[in-house]
Design a binder for this molecule. Structure first.
Ligand code: GLU
Length: 502
């Protein structure tokens, strides 16, 4: 599970040095997800002298720019080192200030092609970096797309599946221009690209044809938008949550895109969880969203249907910056092990009740109460998860069977899918995933919903796909999703096995 991050400052001056720091810190926050290489892209304004003593025109942002790309295999610190070395060698001015600027960053966990600078992201459409893309996930039909693009004269420099995406964007853009559409919008280009992509992805696009704009879209892999308004009156006003306000607003602001909240929380708590099929366009201080709806289009799939404009409101992240720091610990795993007592207390807070006429102690997990009868009448309870989540559920099985009297079985999500194992309407399926976004678990959820079972989720992440797509479930409130230890400690505990999405 790699990470993507982007930072766009609008109507507020930020030096290149600061922009780099925000991007690097974003990557550091995503580091725990695992990766083998990293990269970033920022703007260069080659028509401006790099001598800091040369006065710069105030209209710096309107000058043509060529995005710079830095990629390195290994850890983020080796990327940081190589960027500053290159900056020094090319005399790139770190004090140069941008009123508006869009930067993107990526940590890669190689699926196609060895870890190497050429395979790291951003992947590019070719020399000139007309289109750049950072990608989480896998494009399953990349070979076919690659063959077609090669036939149209594109040459590939990486072994990644991702490289077809920026090249396809360039192909779509050039074609629109050849056909006389000089005004094709960035989101139209990306919508057309998405129509051709199969697989799972979260993507961020940057283009020299659309300076200071970014496009984010996703199918399967997680992606969040963070919004930080820099105008106090606005921040304190209630209008902030208004979707219309978000989509049309010229106030100075900073926008962040990230695979998870860890990289956003230190900047803002106001986020939008981007949904599958959405194309989020950051342009001129506004956020507009187009969504492929679920209706089938002319080719019988949702991607050939016409996308519609959607309005969304921001939500507030319920986590604190301290939760994502390692504190006095050397590793996140170590921190989570030591935090287990606190995590257990937090998980149980407000859920352990005492009182009533018989003074009985009981566990209340709110919203599941509407489904308890169904769960009790289930033919079996099937736990579905991957890795540590699976093991945590396995550890919870004895106590669940003992307390519920219902047989509990276990499924590794990918195995259930491979076998197309039997799931019945009379089953209760419990999906365990700390992030709430585990790819195989999500596919197993789709499969189980189709088979008509009651679907319960157990996750740490409010607003995650599992939280949204199950019938009911439990947020385990075990701090932020940094690693796996806290999931294990909490979901092993019988007290958190049933509850409400709250
Ligand atoms: N499949 C892409 C690659 O191998 C992205 C992998 C990732 O999610 O980091 O480059």
């Amino acid at each position: 599970m790699c990470g993507i991050f982007a930072y766009l400052n609008y109507n507020v001056n930020r030096e290149r040095r600061y922009i780099l720091q925000v991007l690097f810190n974003g990557l550091r926050r995503l580091e725990y997800r695992g990766y083998d290489s990293a990269g970033i892209s920022i703007d260069d304004y080659f028509s401006v002298s790099r001598n800091p003593n040369t006065p710069q025109p105030s209209s710096i942002n309107s000058l043509s720019s060529s995005p710079l790309v830095f990629r390195q295999e290994g850890n983020i610190e080796s990327l940081v080192k190589s960027v500053y070395q290159e900056v020094a060698a090319t005399e790139l001015n770190l004090e140069e200030s941008f009123t508006t600027h869009a930067g993107i960053a990526h940590t890669r966990w190689a699926t196609h092609g060895v870890p190497a600078p050429r395979n790291s992201h951003p992947q590019t459409s070719g020399s000139g970096n007309d289109f750049l893309v950072v990608h989480n996930g896998v494009i399953t039909n990349y070979e076919v797309l690659k063959e077609t693009l090669v036939r149209h004269g594109f040459t590939f420099e990486s072994e990644t599946d991702t490289e077809v995406i920026p090249k396809l964007a360039k192909f779509v853009f050039d074609k629109a221009n050849e056909e006389g559409d000089q005004t094709v919008a960035f989101n139209q280009v990306v919508l057309e690209v998405m129509r051709h992509l199969e697989g799972a992805y979260a993507l961020i696009f940057k283009s020299r044809h659309y300076p200071n704009e970014l496009i984010a879209c996703k199918r399967g892999s997680p992606l969040l938008l963070g919004v930080k308004e820099l105008n106090d009156d606005v921040c304190n006003g209630s209008a902030f949550h208004d979707a219309k306000f978000l989509s049309k607003n010229g106030n100075p602001k900073e926008l962040f895109l990230s695979s998870d909240a860890n990289a956003i929380i230190e900047h803002t708590k106001k986020v939008l969880v981007i949904e599958d099929g959405e194309v989020v366009h950051l342009k001129e201080g506004g956020v507009s969203i187009l969504k492929f709806n679920n209706d089938k289009g002319r080719n019988g799939d949702s991607l050939s249907a016409r996308p519609a404009s959607v309005q969304r409101a921001l939500s507030i992240l319920e986590m604190e910056v301290e939760q994502i720091n390692k504190g006095k610990y050397k590793h996140y795993m170590q921190k989570e092990i030591h935090e287990q007592p606190e995590s257990l207390t937090t998980t149980m807070r407000g859920r352990l009740l005492r009182g009533g006429s018989c003074k009985a102690k009981t566990v209340l997990l709110g919203g599941l109460k509407d489904h308890l009868k169904t769960i009790r009448r289930s033919r079996r309870i099937v736990f579905i998860g991957c890795g540590t989540s699976y093991n945590a559920a396995l550890a919870a099985r004895p106590i669940l069977e003992e307390l519920s009297g219902v047989p509990v079985t276990m499924e590794i999500a990918s195995d259930l899918l491979d076998r197309q194992g039997p799931i019945y309407r009379e089953d209760t399926a419990v999906f365990v995933s700390q992030s709430g976004e585990t790819a195989d678990t999500l596919l197993a959820l789709e499969y189980t919903l189709e088979n008509g079972a009651l679907c319960v989720g157990i996750t740490n992440t409010v607003g995650s796909v599992i939280a949204r797509n199950t019938h009911c479930g439990v947020h385990i409130n075990a701090g932020c999703e940094i690693g796996v230890a806290s999931t294990k400690s909490n979901s092993c505990d019988g007290h958190v096995s049933f509850g409400n999405w709250r």
